[in-house]
Design a protein around this ligand. Structure first.
Ligand SMILES: [Fe+2]
Length: 493
C-alpha cells in the first residue's frame, strides 16, 4: 500500500470509529438517565410463558425446618400436580426410594393469561439429611405414542422438573445449636433481570452453604405483573429451588387486582396483597388470624426469624408480636419488615412503627432488625429508646443515640439490592452525635451475609462486586447480654 493511501485509509477508519463511538457514548448517557424512570422500564415478554413443564420452583418452610420443607411451582395446566422425594445417594439409584406425594393446585389469573400454581409439603423427614426432590405437573400435551411406550408411566403422565438437592436443618441438642448462615437483601424491585441477577448470584457464590435467604419486601415493582415475577425467578434460577426463601411484603406487593370484584360501596378497587404472595410462598401458618404468609415466625437452629407486614394494620399485629416475642425459647431473635424503624433516606420516616413495635423489640431483646424500602444503606449500633429524648417527634429518634449504644437494644439495618437508588438523609455536621447510623451509603447495590453461632452473630454487608462494605459482631454472654463490636472497614461511603 502506498503512503498516501495508507494515510487516507487511517483517516477513513478514524472517521468510521468516531461516527460509531461518539453516538454510542452519547446514547449510553441518555440510556442511563432514562433508567431513572423505572416505572416505564420494559420487561422481557417471553419470561412469563407457562407450559406443562414446572417452572418458578421455590423452596420454603411451612413446618419444622429440621423435619419438613415445602415447594411451590407453576405450570400452565390446571390438572393435578405431584412431587417426589428420596434420600440422596451418590448415584441415580436413589430414584428407587422415591416417595410420591400429591400437590395442591390453584388457578392464578394474570395480566398475561391464566396459569396454575402448585404447592407440596414434604413431611416426616430426618434432620440434617440430604434429600433430592422433583415436582411434576400433569401433561396436557401428551407425548407421542412411541415416547409413551418408551418411558416409565410417571413420565408419560407428568412433566417433571430436574432432581434438586436440599439438606434439612439440624435439630438442637439440648442448648447446643448448629450455626445458621443466611443472605438478607433489601428491595430488588426494578430491572430485576437486568441489574439484580448479578447481585443474587454473587451472594450465592459468596455463601453457597447458607441456611436460607431473606427478602425484606419489594421483590418486584408491580406485585400483579407476571412478567416481573418472571424476571425475579430468572435472576434466582437454580437458587430459589435449592435454598429456602423467606420474605415479607413491601408496599409494591400491594396492588389493585384487576381480576378482583369491586367491594360494594367502593369507588375503586382497594390495593391488596398480590394473590401470588400466598400462592408462591409457603410460610408457617402461625401469624395473626387472616394473615396469608405475610406475617409469620420460623425457628431454625436456635434462631427465631419473625416476619411482620409493615404495610398495614400495625396495631393489629402488636398483640401477636408480643406473644411471639415473650414465648420464645431461642437464643437469638431476628426480625424483618419492609418499612424501617429508622429511615436512611429523605422524607421517609415511619414514626408509627417506633411508637408501636420498637418498645417490644427492646423489652424482649430482639438482636437484629432487617428492613428495606429506603433504597439506600444505613446500619446503627445497638439502639435503646430509653435514653432518647425525642420519642414523640415526627423525625427519627436521634438525641443521645450514640450514648445509648452501650445500654443494649437491637441493631437496625436498611439495605437495597436492586438498582433504584434514593438520596441519603443528611445530618448536619453539628448533629453527628444524633445520627442513628454508624455506617451509611447511597448508590450501592448490597447483599448481607449473616452467620449466627451459639454465642456470636457476625454480620457482613458486601457490595454487588463482592467487596466487604460493613461488618459487626454481637457476642452473647451466659446471661444473654449482648456485647457489640463495630468492625466496619475503612472504606469510602
Ligand atoms: Fe418500598
Amino acid at each position: 500500500m502506498r503512503p498516501v493511501l495508507k494515510l487516507t485509509s487511517c483517516l477513513c477508519l478514524l472517521t468510521v470509529c468516531c461516527s460509531l463511538t461518539l453516538p454510542v457514548l452519547g446514547e449510553e448517557k441518555s440510556r442511563w438517565e432514562h433508567k431513572k424512570n423505572y416505572e416505564k422500564m420494559i420487561v422481557e415478554p417471553t419470561l412469563p410463558v407457562a407450559t406443562d413443564v414446572p417452572d418458578r420452583i421455590l423452596l420454603s418452610w411451612k413446618q419444622d425446618p429440621a423435619r419438613s420443607f415445602s415447594v411451590t411451582w407453576r405450570s400452565k395446566a390446571g390438572a393435578d400436580a405431584v412431587a417426589e422425594i428420596a434420600p440422596a445417594e451418590t448415584g441415580p439409584q436413589f430414584v428407587k426410594q422415591a416417595r410420591l406425594i400429591p400437590g395442591e393446585t390453584s388457578p392464578l389469573k394474570t395480566n398475561l393469561g391464566t396459569v396454575h400454581m402448585h404447592a407440596a409439603t414434604f413431611e416426616d423427614l430426618k434432620p440434617n439429611t440430604l434429600y433430592v426432590y422433583r415436582v411434576g405437573s400433569r401433561r396436557t400435551v401428551p407425548l407421542s405414542k412411541a415416547d409413551q411406550e418408551d418411558v416409565e408411566p410417571l413420565t408419560a403422565e407428568y412433566a417433571w422438573s430436574e432432581w434438586i438437592q436440599y439438606r434439612t436443618a439440624q435439630e438442637s441438642e439440648g442448648d447446643v445449636v448448629a450455626p445458621v448462615s443466611f443472605v438478607y437483601v433489601g428491595d430488588a424491585q426494578n430491572d430485576v433481570k437486568s441489574h439484580w441477577s448479578r447481585l443474587i448470584r454473587e451472594s450465592y457464590r459468596d455463601a453457597p452453604r447458607m441456611t436460607f435467604m431473606l427478602h425484606a419486601g419489594d421483590l418486584v415493582n408491580h406485585g400483579n405483573h407476571d412478567q416481573e415475577w418472571g424476571e425475579w425467578f430468572y435472576a434466582g434460577s437454580g437458587i430459589f429451588s435449592a435454598i429456602p426463601q423467606l420474605a415479607v411484603p413491601g408496599n409494591h406487593e400491594y396492588a389493585r387486582d384487576p381480576f378482583a370484584e369491586k367491594p360494594e360501596g367502593e369507588e375503586s378497587l382497594p390495593k391488596t396483597l398480590s394473590r401470588r404472595w400466598g400462592q408462591r410462598f409457603e410460610f408457617p401458618d402461625n401469624g395473626p388470624k387472616g394473615s396469608t404468609e405475610n406475617i409469620f415466625y420460623v425457628d431454625v437452629q436456635g434462631v427465631r426469624i419473625i416476619g411482620l407486614d409493615s404495610n398495614r394494620e400495625i396495631e393489629a399485629q402488636t398483640e401477636w408480636l408480643k406473644k411471639v416475642l415473650s414465648n420464645n425459647p431461642n437464643r437469638w431473635t431476628i426480625l424483618t419488615h419492609h418499612h424501617p424503624i429508622y429511615s436512611s433516606s429523605v422524607k421517609r420516616d415511619n414514626p408509627e412503627l417506633r411508637k408501636t413495635w420498637q418498645r417490644l423489640y427492646e423489652k424482649y431483646h430482639v438482636d437484629l432488625v432487617l428492613q428495606g424500602h429506603d433504597h439506600s444503606y444505613g446500619r446503627t449500633g445497638p439502639i435503646s429508646l430509653q435514653l432518647s429524648r425525642q420519642l414523640e417527634t415526627e423525625e427519627n429518634v436521634a438525641t443521645g443515640l450514640r450514648v445509648a449504644d452501650q445500654s443494649g437494644g437491637p441493631v437496625y439495618v436498611v439495605s437495597v439490592s436492586g438498582p433504584k437508588m434514593y438520596e441519603l438523609k443528611q445530618y448536619p455536621a453539628e448533629a453527628i452525635q444524633t445520627d442513628p447510623f454508624r455506617r451509611r451509603t447511597q448508590g450501592k447495590q448490597l447483599y448481607q451475609v449473616i452467620t449466627v453461632e451459639q454465642d456470636r452473630l457476625v454480620y457482613q454487608a458486601k457490595t454487588v462486586t463482592g467487596k466487604l462494605y460493613d461488618q459487626f459482631t454481637i457476642t452473647k454472654d451466659k446471661a444473654g447480654k449482648n456485647v457489640f463490636e463495630d468492625q466496619a472497614p475503612p472504606v469510602e461511603e
